[in-house]
Design a protein around this ligand. Structure first.
Ligand SMILES: [Fe+2]
Length: 271
């Protein structure tokens, strides 16, 4: 690498890894991330880790384990509250690189915005928001984004939003709403990758869902037989993370750090 100092017209590369599911998801990140770094040289690696602990939630040791792989910031979503240890972790680490959705009502542990500097010296912000359609209701993600963006320093041009939401319409709407104010609006939560990655007219990279990093021989990461049985019986069922056909899904975004506008987005799927 020639230099670690920021350069005015250098492209910033951001790798965003889709929802990491349980042990198979963590394993494939450890196995494949070094090769992805070697191939693409990302300046910044982000991932959604809300299902890293056996498919439901994340624990403090798993936060550290994932950050040790080179991920700079972990986002999350509705499952952030599944493991009780994470409450005090979020409370005790005011500078945590694990985010929870910013639009939970006031008083929730943790925070949904991180401002940092890439290893190449470029300042960036990561914002985590949660949808309100077909998912637990929270405060308005659109207005929460307005408020957080208004408080960001002007020199933080690179701004990535993880919109953890179920409804495609809500995700598309937020993409249009934030275009021109952020570098990317990246959808997570459904665990199914969508083929609509694009650069919106004012420079926001957009995709409705990254898809998961975990076992695809499953129903969105869970052992398929137990999910089918639950649909048939409508009775409570025990869900365990599946094992087969493990894939890493994500996107690689290129952006101009002097403007914050994205110039390209492409899907990455590897196994
Ligand atoms: Fe989720």
């Amino acid at each position: 690498m020639a230099s670690l100092s920021p350069r005015a017209h250098r492209t910033m590369k951001i790798l965003f890894i889709g929802d990491i599911i349980g042990h198979p998801g963590r394993r494939i990140v450890k196995d494949l991330l070094p090769g992805l770094v070697e191939e693409h040289h990302p300046d910044l690696i982000l991932a959604n880790g809300e299902n890293a602990a056996a498919g439901f939630g994340i624990t403090p040791p798993l936060v550290e384990e994932l950050l040790d792989t080179g991920i700079a910031v972990l986002t999350s979503g509705n499952h952030i509250w599944d493991k009780k240890d994470i409450y005090s972790y979020l409370d005790d680490h005011s500078d945590s690189r694990l985010l929870r959705p910013a639009n939970y009502p006031q008083g929730a542990p943790g925070r949904g915005l991180y401002v940092g500097k890439s290893r190449t010296g470029i300042r960036y912000a990561v914002m985590n928001l949660q949808g309100r359609v077909f998912i637990s209701p929270t405060d308005c993600p659109f207005r929460t984004a307005d408020n957080l963006l208004a408080g960001l320093p002007a020199d933080v041009k690179i701004r990535i939003v993880d919109f953890h939401a179920e409804a495609t319409s809500e995700k598309v709407a937020l993409g249009w709403y934030l275009d021109g104010r952020v570098t990317g609006v990246i959808g997570t939560h459904t665990h199914i990758p969508t083929a609509d990655e694009t650069i919106l007219p004012q420079g926001a990279a957009y995709i409705t869902d990254l898809g998961m990093t975990g076992p695809y021989d499953s129903v969105i990461g869970i052992d398929k037989q137990s999910v089918i049985e639950k649909f048939l019986s409508q009775m409570p069922a025990r869900f365990e993370v599946a094992k087969g056909d493990v894939r890493l899904n994500g996107v690689l975004i290129e952006a101009d750090p002097s403007t914050g506008r994205a110039t390209s987005i492409r899907r990455i799927m590897c196994k």
